[in-house]
Design a binder for this molecule. Structure first.
Ligand SMILES: [Zn+2]
Length: 487
């Protein structure tokens, strides 16, 4: 299918910016498949007698000498990522590995038909190319335009960036989303995998416990939550399905008494960077305790509706009969450890920034509870994996929070696998490039001030700042709302 790019850019200024952006929409560039766009960039440089250099992971720098009086100025780094998020309408036949995007203009908007547009970060890359192609008379400092690979699926280009690529210590990252916003900070992060082995035992049979009827299986399900990104949405007070399910389970357990219930299994949550939306527990309840358990679950639901109200309008908590037979259950002491861990782990914003009003400085997310597939547990045992994701603008605060999680998990008898952390970018409101950016913005915004902010998620700046100590950075741009951050 030929791409109908036709005249969608007709009349748009600055013309070079839109010409390069159009080129980029015609070159397939999913994350980890950037070879064609890299070749395009190398050809761009060679045809203009600009030097380029590439590192082992694929990141490319194109250098332009200073001109028009800027020859002796300090070099400025202009940075954007060349991969794009590839999502499409389910019914559309589009292969992102081979096909160009089909564009259309609707009013003031350029859109892609049925797919993501790749304005994140294509517009930043196009801006860098427009600068590199300025005429020799333009007043510009020496430029080091850095094009990174594979931002969207793990920031691996930035992580493996060779220190030899850059000499500049002033950087404009062009991967921010909205006009009129300047970002000066981002969080670092680190995951934890908390492995808990639990003992399994046969389900108690009728008559084994005096005065008790048989145990009847039920599924307890907490769902309908909004979920969302574990960084960007962490301060909105949304419910965490795992923790709320554990709370309901604890209430049911209290109502049933120690011999009146058993845990058959539990799980919930999915992606490490998402707030858990759904969770379940297989609950076995002694027949005579069922009315008390049903009442306790209903009371928790009433409490949660009162607490979460308009934040979680879709919240559901159901206790339903489970028809399949259950033979093995978790040993009671181990059920108690698992519930205590889920309820005790920190979740949500833990501290706010002193520098940027309303910005979360440190947060943590209880992301998922799953059965661990490997290493396989001993016979008669089951291994649960609880994944947490912690973020902070401040690396020491990140690690201190991870220490808390580790300590708690060890108290609960877990083996702790502490994932490698990536660094944050602490806001520096005294930054020279920030002052200059704000002055320039005031001019183009007709005297209005740009908004200075920071993001509670990962940006390449955090990693690049650690590799090049003293790098003075701002992040600006127009990457639109299609940005899906994977970290
Ligand atoms: Zn981006």
């Amino acid at each position: 299918m030929p791409a109908a790019t036709g005249d969608v850019f007709a009349g748009l200024e600055p013309a070079p910016l839109w010409r390069y952006f159009k080129d980029l929409t015609q070159i397939p560039r999913p994350s980890k498949h950037e070879e064609r766009v890299l070749q395009y960039l190398k050809d761009f440089a060679s045809s203009r007698q600009l030097s380029w250099q590439q590192d082992a992971v694929g990141n490319l720098v194109i250098r332009r000498p200073g001109s028009g009086g800027g020859e002796a100025a300090l070099p400025v780094v202009i940075q954007g990522h060349i991969d794009m998020v590839c999502e499409k309408e389910p019914s559309l036949n589009h292969d992102f590995l081979t096909m160009p995007l089909s564009l259309e203009r609707r009013g003031d908007w350029i859109k892609a038909r049925g797919t993501t547009l790749g304005a994140d970060n294509g517009i930043g890359v196009a801006a860098a190319l427009a600068l590199l192609s300025c005429p020799p008379s333009a007043t510009l400092p020496p430029l080091e335009c850095l094009f990174t690979v594979d931002e969207e699926t793990g920031l691996t280009g930035a992580f493996q960036l060779s220190p030899e690529l850059l000499t500049g210590r002033t950087m404009l990252n062009l991967d921010t989303e909205d006009w009129g916003e300047v970002f000066v900070g981002c969080t670092g992060g680190g995951d934890m995998n908390l492995l808990m082995d639990v003992a399994l035992e046969p389900l108690p049979q009728r008559g084994e416990q005096p005065g008790q009827g048989p145990m009847v299986a039920h599924m307890l399900h907490l769902g309908g939550l909004r979920g969302g990104h574990s960084g960007l949405n962490i301060a909105e007070g949304r419910g965490n399905a795992l923790q709320l399910m554990a709370r309901a389970l604890a209430a049911a357990a209290a109502a049933a008494g120690p011999d009146g219930w058993r845990l058959g299994g539990a799980g919930g949550g999915d992606k490490r960077n998402a707030i858990a939306r759904d969770a379940w527990a297989l609950l076995l309840v002694a027949e005579d305790k069922q009315p008390a358990v049903v009442a306790a679950v209903q009371a928790v639901l009433d409490d949660l509706r009162a607490e979460y109200g308009s934040v979680e309008p879709g919240l559901t908590l159901r206790l339903e009969p489970h028809p399949e037979p259950v033979s093995e259950v978790v040993a009671p002491a181990d059920s108690a450890r698992l519930l205590a861990l889920l309820r005790g782990l920190p979740h949500g914003p833990l501290r706010f920034s002193q520098d940027v009003a309303g910005l979360v400085e440190t947060s943590s997310n209880v992301a998922s509870l799953k059965e661990a597939e490997s290493p396989s547990p001993a016979p008669g045992r089951r291994r649960y994996s609880v994944v947490t994701t912690t973020r902070s603008l401040l690396d020491p605060a990140l690690e201190a929070t991870r220490d808390v999680i580790q300590g708690l998990a060890q108290l609960a008898g877990c083996e702790v696998i502490r994932g490698r952390a990536y660094p944050g970018w602490r806001p520096n409101l005294e930054s020279s490039v920030l002052k200059l950016t704000l002055e320039e913005y005031r001019e183009v915004l007709g005297g209005r001030d740009a908004k200075v902010g920071a993001i509670h998620a990962g940006l390449e700046c955090g990693i690049i700042g650690t590799k090049f100590p003293g790098m003075d950075m701002v992040s600006i741009g127009l990457s639109t709302s299609t940005h899906i951050r994977m970290t």
